[in-house]
Ligand binder design. Structure first.
Ligand code: SAM
Ligand code: SF4
Length: 335
């Protein structure tokens, strides 16, 4: 039997997030600069290589696979990848195949995703105001995303909205966004903005809206109860008693969640990041390409990387400096 992946701090690695492209049809101000330079195509893992890589992780005990990007649904042929991954759902070795998307292509792909065994999808949406949406995403258009969300729900996919909490931007919209989600039976999670990548003039300390304050804002409108639910990641949940809604908070900067971390991230070039907040990285593309017929070197490289998984990250806004700032973009590691 293959030994599962256990890191030096006795954490089992059962969750893999894979970025399948660094490209995107949006240019969200907190994520990318308007003139992003993207990787040359030959650097990217092919869909077949991504399949082999993910399947090797499944062989090593990964049970949950999240596909992200960039925008995963703009990668050409990505639906064949989803269809192919569904064999691991059928075999019962993979428990969940899911994705994080900006929603722009969901209208086109929702049914195919469902057919491939996807049951839940995270859609990133920071505002319900058309003008503000165009401002924050630069290239995105709200009606297209809303049609995508409708299509996803019609297809039978459970939708969760991820909203980046931005001071002075969507602060006042909190009750509307919450009610909009409640009316559609959509879960909602707020994410604290993180210091990732060099994205031009946006000053993240100005944008930073602490989720402690978001929570306080909820307390003005609702009775909130803390929930014990944990996913091995940074999310914490509360229930709004008036609506029965579950609201998530992802606070990578102000909370220490690392002790229960169960995940690693792989980029579209086959680099494995053992921690979102640390620079340490290992290359999986070389063992993948150099040994097309033999998975053992790839398995060894994965195990060696997991052996180096650090205890935690170093983000810290508390001193009002961008301590622990990461030079790479979220679109690179996939958030
Ligand atoms: N394009 C897809 C999307 O937007 O959902 C998937 C990739 S995107 C990088 C994944 C998530 O990262 C999105 O929810 C996005 O809002 C979030 N994100 C991007 N830059 C961020 C930042 N600087 N701080 C916090 N979250 C960020
Ligand atoms: Fe694209 Fe997602 Fe980054 Fe926005 S957050 S630019 S949609 S990758």
């Amino acid at each position: 039997m293959t030994m599962p992946l256990i890191d030096p701090f006795a954490r089992a690695i059962t969750y893999l997030r894979v970025s399948v492209t660094d490209r995107c049809d949006f240019r969200c101000v907190y994520c990318m600069s308007e003139n992003m330079t993207f990787l040359p195509k030959k650097e990217l893992l092919t869909l077949e290589e991504l399949d082999r890589l993910c399947s090797t992780f499944v062989d090593l005990g990964v049970q949950k696979l999240r596909i992200t990007g960039g925008e995963p649904l703009v990668r050409r042929g990505i639906m064949t990848f989803f269809q192919s991954m569904s064999r691991h759902l059928d075999s019962g070795r993979l428990q969940e195949l899911t994705l994080t998307t900006n929603g722009s292509q969901l209208e086109r792909f929702a049914d195919d995703l469902y057919a491939a065994g996807v049951r839940r999808v995270n859609v990133s949406l920071d505002t319900l105001d058309e003008k503000k949406f165009a401002e924050i995403t630069r290239w995105g258009r709200l009606p297209q995303v809303l049609r995508g969300i409708d299509a996803a729900q019609r297809a039978g996919l459970r939708v969760k909205i991820n909203a980046v909490a931005l001071k002075g931007f969507n602060e006042e919209e909190l009750p509307q966004i919450t009610q909009w989600c409640a009316a559609r039976d959509i879960d909602l999670t707020w994410i604290e903005v993180m210091p990732m990548g060099d994205i031009g003039n946006e000053d993240r300390l100005d944008q930073y809206w602490s989720l402690k304050d978001v929570r306080a804002k909820y307390a003005e409108h609702y009775t909130i109860t803390d929930l014990a639910e944990r996913t091995g990641g940074p999310a914490r949940y509360v229930r709004l008693e008036e609506t029965g809604q579950k609201i998530g908070f992802i606070t990578p900067l102000s909370h220490n969640f690392c002790e229960s971390c169960n995940r690693v991230r792989v980029t579209c070039t086959g680099e494995i990041y053992m921690c979102l907040g640390q620079e340490d990285v290992a290359d999986l593309r070389a063992p993948l390409r150099e040994h097309p017929e033999d998975d053992a070197p790839l398995q060894q490289a994965i195990r060696a990387a997991i052996e180096r998984k650090p205890k935690g990250h170093d983000f810290d806004y508390s001193r009002q400096r961008l301590d622990g700032q990461m030079p790479r973009h979220m679109s690179h590691t996939g958030g």
